[in-house]
Ligand binder design. Sequence first.
Ligand SMILES: Nc1ncnc2c1ncn2[C@@H]1O[C@H](COP(=O)(O)OP(=O)(O)OP(=O)(O)O)[C@@H](O)[C@H]1O
Length: 366
Amino acid sequence: MSRAELDDRVRSAIEAVVEPELGRSLADLGLVREVRTGPLGGVRVEVALTSRGYPMAAELRTAVTAAAESVTGVRKVSLDFTVLSEAERERVAGSVRSVPEGVSPARAVYAVASGKGGVGKSSVAANLAVAWATEGKRVGLIDADVWGYSVPQLFGIHRAPTAMNQRMLPVPAHGVGLMSLGFFVAENEPVVWRGPMLHKALSQFVTDVAWDDLDVLVLDLPPGTGDVTLSVLELLPDAALLAVTTPQPAARSVASRVGAMARSVSMPVAGVIENMTELVCADCSARTPVFGSGGGTQLAAELGCPLVGQIPLDIQLREAGDAGVPVVLSHPDSPSARALRQTAAAVRPVRRSLLGRSLSLTPVTR
Ligand SMILES: Nc1ncnc2c1ncn2[C@@H]1O[C@H](COP(=O)(O)OP(=O)(O)OP(=O)(O)O)[C@@H](O)[C@H]1O
């Protein structure tokens, strides 16, 4: 094969790599500056980064190097990064889109809620998002749990999002685009904002973020039935509720208030997820219902929706959350990861009834 042919093959392989922040190929974004192969299978590659402090350089280096090395005849890859000029950056930024106000950024929107804190709502939301992403869906996750945000920790991300064309880019991690108030505050700093400011922040997370044609948008709601939940419903009227509870009667009865709130604003309930269903003994397979049993089934019956999943108590789930890699990725064969994947497969979109909704239609009289 001639050097020119090898150059072409390496260029095609590299150009197919997807730039993680914008979710588009390097060819699309025009970021591959140079590919030059030497006589002994050495390749010099130059790729332009979209900004000086580009946060995904390590990931991009790994992906570009692997793509070049996958071409037969390539022995050694040397990759240099440069940065787009202002004019080039403006061209790329011009293609950053966001959804117009009032239009849903995703085909399905699920608001994950619980009656009280600590039942595992955020862990479930994070793992469902990753499970859908591993199925090939384009998934976004908004951490609407503004006072108790845990998405940065669960995904191991502690940096602010990149801004482009006056839009924030979702922070990519483990295949999911993320947005969280936690990305904007120093670690452990309390959030003391009140209702209207939080509503504004959430509305920016929906309309000022470049969510690009998502299949699924997951919202991790704060526990309870407060203002933030109502704000979310106002901003994303097509959201369907996924109610998380433990099997305990007390947890179920608080969760049922969330269901009642959803009904009062005509929000459909896509399902109930029972978390911490039982502890499975690693050595003897004995199952212990630490938090009692029946809560999920009863809540589903009360809300008139399916029980879409039962997730066991699993130390690997807790460890994975602490390590910043959701359990469906870090321990895919663990009991909780299996149950979470099954749950993701069982959730079906539900449409909100048009009854009682004001439609933006004007009747025509002849
Ligand atoms: N099935 C499970 N097995 C083991 N540990 C779990 C399970 N589900 C959640 N946990 C652990 O329980 C703790 C609380 O979980 P998580 O933060 O997801 O709950 P939450 O309902 O979102 O809480 P909050 O509303 O306070 O944010 C975490 O340490 C998490 O790792």
